[in-house]
Design a binder for this molecule. Structure first.
Ligand SMILES: C[S@@+](CC[C@H](N)C(=O)[O-])C[C@H]1O[C@@H](n2cnc3c(N)ncnc32)[C@H](O)[C@@H]1O
Length: 326
């Protein structure tokens, strides 16, 4: 892995907004749950200098290998760990980090993953129909397994639910017909079929976009991972600690919004206790920092079109000295 990867192969999205949202301070312990090309991790290290610590996680061994350069540069302050959101609690415990002062998630795939044909994430390049973020370390199902193995009903459901593809059934039928002649092994095989079968629906949107997104999300179990990861990070926040999440499509954002909303509302009182007067001091343990998601400015979108659909939400664990903290 070359330094180019760790040094900016991936352009971090809304870096300034995330740093402002997290309110970093020297000496703090910060988690970057999606290390990728290290853009945000580097900003976390700089903003918490001279002695803030960053634990950076990624399930992709290539991302971790690429980050060793940064680890050397910030000797003693950056720790890299290969693992998934679902393992977050265990990884934090391994590092003795019971409490963290801030955490961030920058969801989706990195430019490096997307632009490496061999990883099979992109319909723009020809590669194996793979899409496993962890390169098979724990995930054994590839996109090819799903495309060749699910029936029309299952494929339709997958494309509709995870890709929000309005022509899900048409895509599913075409796939099942085509694979009777030849099984799918490459991204180009699938992209070509979808291009011939579907209309893009939106100018500039490749007809394969939504189906590829659905397959990637299913292969990597992304929504379940996200829910587990966010809840785990929230549980480990110190009083006053903040969590920032950047999502790139509506399913992710909806999930983040829902989790944050529930956590920032007073817990429902059940049973006979609900008849007693409510304690006005009993405030919820988390505070929403962003009522509406923060979106990137025009200049950033112009410079980095990938930022176009980004939405940032931030939540804070209520500071200990705030009224109502139990
Ligand atoms: C958009 S990139 C992050 C880019 C990074 N913020 C930067 O500035 O370079 C997302 C990264 O998160 C990783 N990732 C996605 N889902 C994950 C999960 N469930 N567990 C661990 N890492 C995950 C991906 O492998 C990818 O490298």
């Amino acid at each position: 892995m070359t330094a180019v990867f760790a040094e900016g192969g991936h352009r971090g999205v809304m870096v300034a907004e995330v740093m402002a949202g997290l309110k970093l301070a020297p000496g703090g312990r910060y988690l970057d749950a999606t290390f990728g090309g290290g853009g945000h991790a580097k900003a976390l290290l700089e903003a918490s200098a001279p002695d803030g610590l960053v634990l950076a996680l990624d399930r992709d061994p290539a991302a971790i290998a690429g980050g060793r350069v940064l680890e050397d540069r910030f000797a003693g302050r950056l720790r890299l760990s290969e693992g998934s959101f679902a393992q977050l609690g265990t990884i934090l415990a391994e590092h003795g980090w019971e409490r963290i002062h801030g955490a961030m998630f920058d969801l989706g795939v990195s430019s490096h993953q997307l632009d490496t044909a061999q990883r099979g994430f992109s319909f723009r390049f020809d590669g194996p129909l793979d899409m496993r973020m962890d390169q098979g370390r724990q995930t054994s199902t590839t996109a090819a397994h799903l495309v060749n193995g699910l029936d029309v009903r299952e494929l339709t459901q997958l494309f509709f639910q995870l890709g929000e593809e309005p022509q899900a059934k048409r895509a599913a039928r075409a796939i099942v017909e085509a694979r009777a002649r030849e099984l799918f092994t490459s991204t180009q095989q699938l992209a070509t079929l979808l291009q011939e079968t579907l209309s893009s629906g939106r100018p500039g949107l490749h007809p394969a976009t939504r189906v590829f997104q659905a397959l990637r999300m299913a292969v990597n179990n992304e929504l379940e991972q996200l829910e587990q990861g966010i809840k785990s990070a929230m549980e480990h926040l110190a009083w006053g600690g903040r969590l920032a999440v950047i999502s790139f499509h509506s399913l992710e954002d909806r999930l983040v919004k829902q989790i944050f909303k529930t956590a920032s509302q007073p817990p429902p009182v059940e049973g006979p206790m609900r008849l007693l007067p409510q304690d006005p001091q009993a405030l919820p343990p988390y505070v929403l920092m962003t009522r509406k998601p923060v979106t990137p400015g025009e200049e950033e979108v112009r410079a980095n079109p990938r930022a176009r659909s980004a939405k940032l939400r931030v939540i804070q664990r209520r500071p200990l000295d705030a009224p109502g903290v139990a």
